[in-house]
Design a protein. Structure first.
Length: 290
């Protein structure tokens, strides 16, 4: 893990915000004490070397903003295409030639498979999982005809996106620890079903949520980027497509105590799940929203 992160941050310690939560998530995903200690050392460098102002690049003119992202190692050119770093695999970079984001306000660049955004989540019963949780632990509950499903906020910090189907409707259950954003979104846009994951970036702008950092999604089918604080796709083929939340009366936040009392028949997303990065994922071309 250290060997993965360090090359991406060694030249930009003074450019990244001092936001420790993101790195604490990586620590929680790894059981190796050596890697944990290594990441803690890197975090200490970040804390020491980074600006306290997470929006310090927001007032840069566009040309300087782009150059800052290029100097930072996030953005590069491939022929006439402007690309955003997406991981060590050269096939993972994002084409942001068409984008509504200001590149210098993107942060971290951990890679698009740094978080296991599950596509086949597994579940256990409330009774099987009761020993894991305290009464005040937070969850998202999603109601369905087959019975409720609940998702631990703590587990969601490991995955951040869970792709699921509820009563035949493709949805994603998401949680962003930096923005404390818990929500359920539809995954069908322009009559097409999408599969979502984490880009490894956060984004902020002073005009939205007082400049808080929040995760940036991407879809596996067109590799467009989406930002939930704008509620729309922000790059690629789907640029400008509005995100839609799932039916608001069928999901909400809940505590474990309330689950035990009112929804003891619920299925609980199981802990300890992981997945290998999918290969040869089907790609969509010329998705029409008209």
């Amino acid at each position: 893990m250290v060997n993965y992160i360090y090359p991406r941050i060694k030249d930009k310690l003074k450019l990244l915000p001092a936001t420790m939560d993101w790195f604490l998530l990586l620590i929680s995903k790894n059981n190796s004490m050596k890697n944990i200690l290594g990441i803690l050392v890197l975090c200490s460098f970040l804390f020491y070397g980074c600006s306290k102002d997470s929006n310090k690049n927001s007032d840069l003119p566009d040309g300087a903003c782009l150059q800052s992202a290029i100097d930072d190692g996030f953005v590069f050119w491939s022929g006439s295409h402007k690309m955003l770093y997406g991981g060590e695999n050269p096939d993972w970079h994002f084409d942001i030639t068409k984008s509504s984001l200001r590149e210098c306000q993107l942060r971290f660049g951990l890679g698009r498979e740094a978080f296991d955004a599950l596509i086949d989540p597994q579940y256990k019963t409330v009774q099987e999982e009761d020993f894991r949780y305290d009464e005040s632990d937070r969850f998202i509950i999603v109601l369905s005809d087959a019975g409720p499903k609940v998702y631990s906020i703590t587990l969601l910090t490991h995955h951040e996106v869970i792709n699921e189907v509820i009563d035949g409707t493709p949805v994603m259950v998401v949680y962003c620890v930096l923005a404390d954003l818990a929500a359920v979104y539809n995954r069908t846009y322009c009559d097409t079903v999408f599969t979502f994951a984490l880009s490894g970036y956060t984004y902020s702008t002073p005009e939205v949520w007082d400049g808080v950092d929040a995760f940036v999604f991407w879809d596996r089918e067109t590799e467009s980027l989406w930002w939930p604080l704008y509620d729309e796709a922000v790059s690629g083929e789907m640029l400008g497509t509005n995100m839609e939340k799932y039916k608001g009366n069928l999901w909400w936040e809940i505590t474990w105590d309330e689950i035990l009392r009112d929804y003891s028949d619920a299925l609980v997303m199981a802990s300890g799940q992981s997945m290998d990065p999918p290969v040869n994922w089907p790609q969509y071309e010329n998705v029409s929203c008209r």
